[in-house]
Design a protein around this ligand. Structure first.
Ligand SMILES: Cc1cc2nc3c(=O)[nH]c(=O)nc-3n(C[C@H](O)[C@H](O)[C@H](O)COP(=O)(O)O)c2cc1C
Length: 225
């Protein structure tokens, strides 16, 4: 079987090398480009390495000429990108993905409609979920909540709501599209729960603020185990 090739920029660091391992586990061929040579101490785990200065168009063209790249993970600094590389990443039609982000408050009928909508349109996947308009699972008094007023609720109180939505979509769509699981991930176990429910990727937002960047390391470690 021919493996699909994924290109990662700046993947000789910690996050990149973990991402590389995950992708290889999923049977992708991982091509890494970085402007640093791979030293002995670096964490390179890819299949192929190119020492490339991403501000140099010719160096980049060589990589794309030699490899039919299926997708790109860009981890290196955005500011350094040449316009031609930006085009490769963001404008190339077969790489551009359209994801639909939905509320965790949708009922099963509404989720069935989402599944139909994704099948009928060119939407590539679903992000579940956005914030909630509900105010359940909160310690704050009704009076305080009234004072605060409307707005989207995020973090731990919406964890189960979003996991339920992920589970329903995964089970009832026959896994027809990728699901990005987000909502109340504050620990590695929370991330694993989203994957167990059917998420293909996870995203953290509120958890990043409350738990700090170390949460990403914990999640990556748990995923590798
Ligand atoms: C302050 C704040 C701003 C947000 N802004 C956006 C936004 O601009 N676009 C978007 O798609 N989601 C936005 N979100 C939703 C988050 O990306 C995420 O889907 C949601 O908060 C649930 O995840 P969490 O519990 O990890 O925060 C925002 C959330 C918060 C709390």
């Amino acid at each position: 079987m021919i493996k699909k090739k994924i290109l990662i920029t700046g993947a000789t660091g910690f996050i990149g090398s973990h991402l590389t391992l995950l992708l290889k586990k999923k049977n992708y061929e991982v091509i890494v480009i970085d402007n640093l040579s791979i030293g002995k101490k670096q964490l390179f785990k890819g299949d192929k390495f190119y020492k490339v200065d991403i501000t140099k168009k010719k160096q980049l063209e060589k990589v794309f000429k030699e490899n039919k790249v299926f997708a790109i993970f860009h981890l290196a600094g955005l500011s350094k990108l040449t316009e031609s590389f930006k085009k490769k990443i963001y404008i190339k039609d077969d790489l551009k993905k359209r994801l639909l982000k939905i509320a965790p408050d949708l009922n099963n009928n509404q989720l069935d409609e989402i599944i139909e909508l994704v099948a009928e349109t060119k939407i590539d996947g679903v992000i579940a979920s956005n914030t909630s308009t509900t105010r359940n699972n909160l310690k704050a008094s009704d009076r305080l909540l009234k004072e605060i007023g409307n707005g989207g609720l995020s973090g731990q109180p919406i964890k189960e709501l979003s996991t339920r939505v992920i589970k329903y979509l995964a089970q009832n769509s026959n896994k027809a599209f990728p699901i990005i699981g987000v909502g109340g991930i504050h620990s590695a176990q929370d991330a694993l729960d989203k994957i167990e429910a059917g998420a293909d990727l996870v995203q953290i937002y509120t958890g990043f603020i409350y738990e700090g960047p170390g949460l990403i390391k914990q999640i990556n470690k748990a995923l590798l185990n």
